[in-house]
Design a protein around this ligand. Structure first.
Ligand code: AMP
Length: 391
């Protein structure tokens, strides 16, 4: 039966949605949109397949959380795909722990297991699960599929996944899970188009957005990544600290008298670009702010990203290609220049004009490492899972 798949990505203050034709295998949706400001003043935008803005939006006055936004959105979407049934709803779910190495059909026991993982992704998992419950309430007969940001990394070796902690803790599941897997999965699927025979070579993908991480790929599989047990580790981010000496946390507890919840807020929401600049977690805003602290935050973001990349290179034995993606990676020529400026020794050299124009290939002809800008498409990976699981 032909119909549509809906993909949902419920973030801490936003809901991204896209509708896909079940009969087409295209990565392009029939429409996609965002509700920003969930929990405050929600604002709706949507665009059709041709990229044109859809004017007739959803009335969201008084919709105070994801559940209410979804309750208003579903009838609007039904009108958009009139005549074609909704065959499945696919969700981005940040944490799938060790038990979910693949996209999974959501049942009550699965939902309970995902709920148990919520403390490991406090910024995201609750919102992901709230969206699943809201859809179940309104459309109980429509299958729902969870697609995990952690799954893509389950190809990594034990060596890459474990911490230098007592084995009993490793056995309890305190390991490096890695995140942004839907984005890496999508980029990996595009590599043959961009790198031809080099697609199965040694590639690092830099997913640089409000949340940022990098992934080392070989044969288009995840070999190592910068995020670890939670989405707090690794690169400096919009408001998250990235890699931090654990001794700092002990100091804050023992000498500053901070509680666990206060430290959680500090590390997730008051650090990163926001903490260093003192003004904003937003790279675009910082690039347009002429202060020493804004410049310091950008420089630190780029330096730490280059160090993160260098830490991945041993896992794949060198570097053939570097791919920038996500909001900052796709749009900030300045950040790409600054990161690549630290990577000369690895054979990375940019073509400044191509970089300024955000061409797909931005490396100089003489560069040993090919450098690309490839827009990510996590929704397409979720839609693909719906196609595979709902027949
Ligand atoms: P994401 O989380 O992938 O949506 O990325 C959000 C980040 O991308 C924010 O820090 C934005 O400021 C940044 N971003 C988006 N467009 C630009 C741009 N043109 N220049 C610099 N940063 C940008």
């Amino acid at each position: 039966m032909n119909g549509v798949y809906l993909t949902l990505n419920a973030g801490s203050s936003s809901l991204k949605f896209a509708l896909f034709d079940s009969a087409a295998s295209s990565a392009d949706p029939l429409l996609k949109g965002t509700v920003a400001g969930v929990g405050g003043t929600p604002a709706f935008t949507a665009r059709g397949a041709d990229g044109a803005k859809i004017d007739t939006g959803v009335a969201l006055d008084g919709a105070s959380d994801h559940a209410e936004v979804i309750a208003r959105l579903l009838p609007w979407l039904a009108a958009q795909h009139a005549g074609r049934p909704l065959l499945a709803v696919g969700h981005r779910v940040v944490h799938g722990g060790q038990h979910f190495p693949e996209p999974t059909r959501i049942t009550p026991p699965v939902l309970a297991q995902l709920q148990d993982l919520a403390p490991l992704a406090p910024l995201h998992q609750h919102h992901n699960l709230a969206a699943i419950r809201a859809v179940a309430q309104r459309e109980p007969d429509v299958p729902q599929i969870a697609c995990f940001d952690t799954s893509f990394h389950r190809t990594q070796s034990h060596l890459a996944q474990q911490f230098a902690l007592p084995r009993t803790l490793t056995d309890q599941g305190i390991i490096r899970y890695g995140f942004h897997g839907l984005s890496y999965d999508y980029i990996a699927s595009t590599l043959p188009e961009h790198l031809q025979d080099g697609a199965d070579g040694r590639v690092v993908v830099a997913h640089l957005g409000n949340g940022s991480s990098m992934c080392a790929l070989h044969a288009r599989k995840s070999v190592a990544t910068t995020m670890g047990f939670t989405a707090l580790d690794g690169l400096m981010m919009g408001s998250r600290c990235g890699t931090l000496d654990p001794g700092v946390i002990l100091h804050l507890i023992q000498h500053e008298g901070m509680r666990a919840d206060e430290i959680e807020t500090l590390l997730y929401t008051r650090s990163g670009l926001l903490g260093v600049s003192g003004t904003s977690n937003d790279m675009y805003v910082l690039q347009n702010t002429d202060t020493a602290s804004a410049r310091d935050a950008i420089d630190m973001f780029c330096y730490r990203a280059a160090c993160g990349l260098a830490g991945l290179v041993p896992s794949i034995g060198g570097l053939d290609a570097l791919v920038f993606t996500a909001g900052i990676g796709e749009n900030s020529a300045l950040v790409r220049t600054k990161i690549c400026g630290w990577l000369d020794w690895l054979g990375v050299s940019l073509d400044d004009v191509a970089n300024d124009q955000a061409a797909t290939v931005i490396s100089a002809a003489s560069s040993r490492v090919k450098v690309l800008v490839v827009p990510t498409n996590e929704e397409a990976v979720v839609a693909r899972a719906c196609r595979a699981l709902v027949r």
